[in-house]
Design a protein around this ligand. Structure first.
Ligand code: PLP
Length: 365
């Protein structure tokens, strides 16, 4: 059978090393996984209760329109229901947008070190990814992306704000300058991926949500995998004008978001206490990491997300192995072009302490 070269060249997404696998390989009972930016406090108890209750109706297909969830989110975010579409994680939404808007041979535009899912989904659709270099300090260069777009066109621009794995962001002024230049263009759709929106503490950050109604070519993606603590349920949402959502609804699988994901997301949206705690745990954890990394004399990048990206000044793979032996899973980021950096997700404070103590030992060994 003939298979396209782009498919043959695909390298599968490399997730954080699973806990079970690490236990088996290293003969460990206790393993700390701080490698996948998951919510360390577990799902909301309200989500668990809602899912438990929904178990007895699992012989039925899910609601293809996510009616209740759409209604609640529409109310909370003050957005018309027709502007919301849910996906099997935001990853599916990325895939759908590329399939809808790109032709084989096209390219998408994003920043260097962008979340790698854009490139993987693009390549699967025989679409190239152009990466615009970062500024110093790992900051995204929205101005350079803008200059590039002035000279050329491409169907999709992905702006991860904040970005993974660097944890950096672009501020309100940069976003507004960018949109005053490219907002309302008919040849470019601009997608802000705001998976970490709720963790941002920078005062000059803005979500792009208000620009979705202001400009005809702006969309926002959010996920239930991070602050909402539902990574295992696979659910994300696209906020876009109805014309865009209409296309997504034609292409997506009818039952792409399962019943448990829908009820869990709805229950978590209503659990304000849980959401508040989720962010607070992350902020305390980050501050602790900063303090400890300073003591270890390691340079880190201040993060607006639920992880920190830091420079080991030596190949990260070696330290990664030594950490695994100690039952701590972190995330090397050589696949993003940073062989000496590590990404560490915030866990519970007890887990953060083990992670830092193990890192300190691994560096001395
Ligand atoms: C974690 C993450 C997502 C979420 O992906 P899901 O498929 O919804 O789990 C999206 N974008 C970025 C940049 C992320 O880091």
């Amino acid at each position: 059978m003939k298979v396209a070269q782009e498919i043959l060249n695909l390298v599968p997404y490399k997730p954080g090393k699973p806990i079970g696998e690490t236990q088996r390989e290293y003969g460990l009972t206790k393993v700390y996984k701080l490698a996948s930016n998951e919510n360390p406090i577990g799902p909301s108890p309200k989500a668990i209760a809602a899912m438990t209750e929904a178990l007895s109706s699992l012989h039925l297909y899910p609601d293809p329109a996510c009616y209740d969830l759409t209604k609640e989110l529409s109310k909370q975010w003050q957005i018309e229901p027709s502007w919301l579409t849910f996906g099997n994680g935001s990853n599916e939404l990325i895939d759908l947008l590329i399939r809808i808007y790109c032709q084989p041979g096209d390219h998408i535009l994003t920043t260097q070190a962008a979340f790698i899912a854009y490139q993987i989904c693009a390549q699967a659709a025989r679409v190239r990814t152009e990466h615009v270099p970062l500024k110093s300090n790992y900051q995204m260069d929205l101005k350079a992306i803008s200059e590039k777009l002035k000279k050329s066109s491409c169907p999709l621009v992905f702006i991860p704000n904040p970005n993974n794995p660097t944890g950096t962001y672009v501020g309100q002024k940069e976003v507004e300058d960018f949109l005053s230049e490219h907002g309302n263009r008919e040849d470019v759709l601009i997608i802000f991926d705001e998976a970490y929106n709720e963790f941002v503490r920078a005062s000059d950050y803005t979500s792009a949500l208000p620009y979705v109604t202001k400009y005809s070519n702006v969309c926002v993606m959010r996920t239930f995998s991070k602050v909402y603590g539902l990574a295992g349920m696979r659910i994300g949402v696209l906020i876009a004008r109805p014309e865009v959502n209409d296309l997504v609804n034609r292409v997506r699988n009818p039952f792409n978001v399962n019943t448990l994901a829908q009820v869990a997301a709805l229950a978590t949206l209503q659990d304000k206490e849980y959401l508040k705690r989720s962010s607070e745990v992350v902020w305390q954890g980050l501050d602790y990491f900063y303090e400890q990394l300073k003591l270890l004399k390691l340079d880190y990048v201040p993060s607006q997300a639920n992880f920190v990206f830091f420079d080991l000044k030596q190949p990260a793979q070696k330290i990664y192995q030594k950490l695994l032996e100690r039952g701590v899973i972190m995330r090397p980021v050589a696949n993003y072009g940073f062989p000496n950096h590590m990404r560490l997700s915030v866990g519970l404070m007890s887990e953060n302490q083990v992670a830092m103590a193990s890192l300190s030992e691994a560096l001395k060994e």
